[in-house]
Design a protein around this ligand. Structure first.
Ligand SMILES: [Zn+2]
Length: 73
């Protein structure tokens, strides 16, 4: 599942609270954002609180941490 719905301007990661580095919050083209090309695993999306799901991007650190927990793929 892609997540263009994530681009509503929330600038912190819903999982760790750090800046998520989303291009939208920097005033850049949403389609230039790294998160548009990254695949966020459903299991990781499931960890996002419901009220922030579809609003806030998960940050790279959390995605990397998840990948390490679950192997390289
Ligand atoms: Zn994070």
């Amino acid at each position: 599942m892609t997540h263009p719905d994530s681009h509503t301007g929330e600038d912190t990661c819903p999982l760790c609270g750090q800046a998520n580095g989303c291009a939208v919050t920097a005033g850049e083209d949403p389609y230039s954002c790294w998160c548009m090309t990254a695949r966020i695993p459903q299991a990781l999306r499931d960890r996002v609180p419901a009220e922030r799901l579809g609003k806030a991007c998960i940050c790279r650190d959390c995605l990397e941490a998840y990948r390490k927990e679950n192997g390289s793929h």
